[in-house]
Design a binder for this molecule. Structure first.
Ligand code: AHM
Ligand code: MG
Length: 335
């Protein structure tokens, strides 16, 4: 058997690749992977346990009903990160405002974490893959003080690391610190994430397009034309392409990372800035996809270059294989 590399070993071996002081990233990631394992355990028994399944009856700031597991994942992530003292503040899709630790060692934490603790939560009840998305920034204010809004509203170009966890047919943690992308699969028999997808690269071309076509009538003209392009027959480019839409962003992007493809959540009549959140969803996934050789934009501007103006800001998202995203952008520019 080839040598098995655990996530912990990987971080130690690749320390020089990481823009973190010794030990910081491993403590941060160990908080995240611990929370991931706990969430994974709950996700896996979601169908069995009545009081976990279903809605907690609260609405989050986006006006969506929170599922109980969202709340659970949010609390697990926050508690695990707070316990490590590397992080002075957390922004979460599930919290109206950011959390800034105002006492103890955590005020000295040098990092900020932004996260969507459980993305694709409408899929929980139906046993379809869901995910966690996170990103890590260096704080801008002085350690020892309480983190401020400016620490959270940083553009993707200032990211130091980002990743996602997919709770699928197996559970994987995929992350990047700006030196490529690596994927680790949870071996549940020993409870350890092991390197399974070293140096992930997204194919430059693909044959899969993922978009909620139910909203077709509300799409911008450029997106309508691109969808028609995907559906046309053409031997040279192997069209028509295949349509795949899970409705779990992490799962759709993860599949496209491996097989090649494009995911689009455009502006719609109802959501003029699209549905997805810049800070919690679009920036971290854009960082990972770019690190794997792909492209991510809002249809026009590179996602990583957008300076966020508010925590829960939304932008359209065009993400995936380089040639596919560039083609979709060309349709957007033309129409
Ligand atoms: P959520 O963060 O509330 O779960 O919403 C994000 C999800 C994405 O995972 C998915 O791609 C998208 O919403 C699906 O939205 P729609 O049902 O409008 O197609
Ligand atoms: Mg969510």
């Amino acid at each position: 058997m080839d040598k098995l590399t655990t996530l912990g070993e990987f971080i130690v071996e690749r320390q020089s690749d990481f823009p973190f002081a010794k030990g910081e990233l491993s403590r941060l990631l160990s908080a995240i992977r611990l929370a991931a394992k706990v969430v994974n355990r709950e996700v896996n028994k979601a169908g069995l346990v009545d009081d976990i399944l279903g809605s907690a009856g609260q609405e989050n700031i986006q006006g969506e009903t929170q599922q109980k597991l969202d709340v659970y994942a949010n609390v697990q992530m926050i508690n695990a990160l707070r316990a490590q003292h590397e992080v002075c503040g957390i922004g979460s899709e599930e919290n109206d405002d950011f959390i800034a630790f105002d006492k103890g060692e955590s005020m000295w934490g040098k990092y900020i974490v932004m996260m969507d603790p459980l993305d694709g939560s409408s899929n929980i009840d139906v046993n379809v893959s869901i995910g966690t998305i996170f990103s890590i920034y260096r704080r801008k204010t002085k350690p020892g003080t309480v983190a401020q809004l400016e620490d959270f509203l940083q553009p993707g170009l200032d990211l130091v690391a980002a990743g996602y966890i997919i709770y699928g047919s197996s559970t994987m943690l995929v992350f990047s610190t700006g030196h490529g992308v690596n994927g680790f699969t949870l071996d549940t028999s020993i409870g350890v994430f092991c390197l399974s997808h070293p140096n992930m690269r997204i194919p430059e071309d693909g044959k899969i397009y993922s978009i909620n076509e139910g909203n077709y009538k509300q799409f911008p003209e450029g997106v309508k034309r691109y969808i028609k392009y995907c559906q046309e027959e053409d031997e040279a480019t192997q069209r028509p392409y295949t349509s795949r839409y899970i409705g779990s962003l992490v799962a759709d992007v993860h599949r496209n990372m491996i097989k090649g493809g494009i995911y689009i959540y455009p502006a719609t009549g109802i959501n003029p800035n699209g549905k997805l959140r810049l800070m919690y969803e679009n920036i971290p996934l854009a960082f990972i996809v770019e690190q794997a050789g792909g492209v991510a934009s809002d249809g026009k501007n590179r996602i990583l270059e957008i300076t966020p103006e508010e925590l829960h800001q939304r932008t359209p998202l065009f993400i995936g294989s380089k040639n596919m995203v560039e083609q979709a952008e060309a349709y957007m520019a033309e129409h």
